[in-house]
Design a binder for this molecule. Structure first.
Ligand SMILES: [Fe+2]
Ligand SMILES: [Fe+2]
Length: 270
């Protein structure tokens, strides 16, 4: 299968770029399955039902969230009605929705998608992501119950993300990081056959501070005092993500590429 994962969609700039470019990429690159992290799509904080519908209509098969999962309060109920949206596996036990699901891909192939939150440098402590992901992978063996497995590891520390990559090596098709909003240049296939990238990067305007208009974050860094709320930067977004090709028999990666399309960053296309 050929699958595309796009990192955190940041505000209107990110949503517009997804809407404008994804339908064409889906056809041009013959994508079988697309996952988008949508945790910042609505004003940079959370995902509203309307914006979730927009991303799904543009060609996403699944939307993942993150620490901002329920910043838009309507998501608390909407996630129960829209099975294509996943929140982190190890979010609060009482959280609505699910952290993993098996999706029907083309030709009857089954695709597992799961997301977990890291513990290092995150604002609040979440349950152990390693045991949470382990349980899901054991329940859905690659090359058996599912033909592909994509893990979104949403965390701050590259070390923890790499730990998750190696923890899942040979058991997932792709482990990709989200949350830092900057693409890392370490895309590779790990020794056991799992494709890995520490962070997919954001789909947002890179003339910014991690997608936010740069003035207010700079003011806080320089003076230690806030004046206004953060708002997403509005310039043209770069779509950033990871493209992985897998062997249907084993579910393991045969090829992986960084993707950067549009906006300020150097282009990278498979
Ligand atoms: Fe994010
Ligand atoms: Fe996040």
């Amino acid at each position: 299968m050929r699958m595309l994962f796009l990192g955190d969609v940041m505000g209107r700039a990110g949503r517009s770029a997804v809407a404008a470019r994804l339908p064409g990429l889906r056809a041009d690159w013959a994508l079988d399955f697309v996952v988008i992290n949508g945790e910042n799509a609505t004003s940079g904080v959370g995902l509203s039902p309307d914006h979730a519908r927009e991303l799904l209509a543009a060609g996403a098969d699944c939307l993942t969230l993150g620490d901002h999962a329920f910043d838009q309060k309507e998501m608390l109920s909407f996630i129960e009605t829209e099975p294509r949206i996943l929140r982190p596996l190890n979010y609060a036990r009482t959280a609505p929705g699910r952290g993993a699901r098996v999706f029907a891909g083309p030709g009857g192939r089954k695709v597992l998608v799961a997301q977990a939150l890291g513990q290092v440098f995150m604002k609040r402590p979440f349950d152990d992501p390693f045991s949470a992901v382990d349980a899901v992978l054991r329940a859905h063996p690659l090359g058996g119950a599912v033909q592909a497995a994509l893990i979104d590891i949403h965390c701050e520390a590259t070390s923890e993300k790499m730990g998750m990559g190696h923890w899942c090596d040979g058991r997932a098709s792709l482990v990709v990081g989200t949350h830092t909003h900057v693409p890392t240049a370490d895309v590779q296939i790990l020794p056991g056959g799992t494709a890995f990238q520490s962070d997919a990067g954001m789909c947002g305007d890179y003339n910014s501070i991690i997608g936010m208009d740069k003035l207010e974050p700079m003011r806080r860094f320089v003076t230690g005092m806030g004046k206004e709320r953060f708002s997403p930067a509005a310039g043209e977004a770069t779509l950033c993500g990871t493209l992985v090709e897998t062997d249907d028999r084993t579910g393991l990666a045969t090829r992986v590429r960084m993707v950067r399309v549009g906006g300020r960053l150097e282009s990278a296309v498979p």
